[in-house]
Design a protein around this ligand. Structure first.
Ligand code: NAP
Length: 308
């Protein structure tokens, strides 16, 4: 609970719980398969952006026994060299998950690279197959940040079904997947973006507000419905400090629950990525087992047209 009354939705205790469970799953996987689950993080080009976030992921992996490593493509990496690297990682049975650091150099087309990732190893849910599965409400890999934004609500016991939610931001990696996840949880969802005419009007009607715009101070307490639940996904560096997209000082007095920045969605994102990795490892191991035992394959059932 904050001093002003809003319940603080902190990511770290939930992330710790998740990591403990992942560590057990990793130990079981390692004992069964004689190797730990493996993650490869592809870093492209000489001028690659800061790796601070990725180093956190590597440390998180080490803590639970996952083998993780950076694959650096030094110098003037080309689209062809990135795709060739991904093809090698796709074929490597000791690599269960692949992340490509974004943004890519401007000379490399994002779509080509995304398409080159094996969807079974796409643990951050950026491949169109996984995006499509989410859109249809099926079980694929979710983009970890969007997953964290909704999971923090679920794990904090916030009711989602039937409530009015506003998502600010429509990116393929955060805003849209968060919106689809909320729909899957039976919320009524409005997606706002930079061309939304009256953002405050939409926010004022929302029981749940997820903000992922990358604009510090975009949402203030005056815009919120009293008692609204606010999830701030934004990460912005202002005067040497990390702040979110929500003006925390004014929002905390109006909201019933709010995520801090830092310490809210961020820690949960990293922990959920580990759960995606162990799931990828288990699924691929099961698929390999099935492939090695053709006798276990089930003959397709022929269905007469009228039976459908
Ligand atoms: P992005 O690709 O830049 O998308 C930003 C979205 O916000 C766009 O849809 C944009 O609208 C919308 N937007 C921008 N200004 C707006 C305004 N004034 N009013 C309403 N909507 C506005 O960013 P992203 O990758 O989704 O990331 C969003 C934020 O989350 C960033 O701060 C990023 O650093 C943070 N992030 C956090 C984590 C984490 O683990 N916590 C992970 C990844 C990203 P248009 O579509 O119209 O341009």
């Amino acid at each position: 609970m904050s001093d002003s009354g809003a319940h603080l939705l902190e990511g770290k205790p939930i992330a710790d719980e998740i990591r403990t469970a992942v560590a057990e799953d990793v130990a079981t996987f390692t004992a069964t398969h004689g190797r730990p689950p493996g993650l490869a993080v592809v870093i492209v080009g000489r001028d690659a952006p800061s790796t601070v976030y990725l180093e956190q992921i590597l440390r998180g992996c080490a803590r639970v026994g996952i083998h993780a490593e950076f694959v650096h493509l030094e110098g003037e990496a080309t689209e062809r060299s990135v795709c060739a690297t991904l093809a090698k990682l796709n074929a490597d049975p000791s690599v269960d998950g692949v992340i490509v650091q974004m943004p890519l150099p401007p000379t490399i087309r994002l779509r080509e690279v995304i398409d080159a990732i094996d969807p079974a190893k796409d643990i951050d849910g950026i491949h169109p197959l996984n995006a499509g599965l989410l859109r249809l409400g099926y079980d694929g890999f979710l983009p970890a940040t969007a997953h964290a934004a909704v999971e923090i609500l679920r794990r904090s016991g916030i009711e989602i079904a039937g409530r009015d939610a506003v998502v600010i931001g429509r990116s393929a990696v955060v805003g849209m997947p968060a919106a689809f996840l909320l729909v899957k949880e039976d919320a009524t969802v409005t997606v706002c973006h930079s061309r939304t005419r009256d953002l405050a009007d939409h926010v004022r009607r929302a029981d749940i507000v997820i903000v992922a715009a990358g604009r510090p101070g975009l949402v203030t307490g005056a815009m919120l419905k009293p008692g609204a639940v606010v999830v701030d996904v934004g990460i912005n560096l202002v005067d040497g400090h990390i702040v979110g997209d929500v003006d925390f000082a004014s929002a905390v007095g109006v909201a019933s629950a709010i995520t801090p920045v830092p310490g809210g969605v961020g820690p949960l994102t990293n922990a959920l990525l580990l759960t995606h990795l162990i799931r990828a490892a288990e699924r691929q191991a099961a698929a390999r087992r099935m492939a090695a035992e053709p006798s276990t394959q089930v003959e397709p059932t022929v269905t007469a047209r009228g039976d459908r």
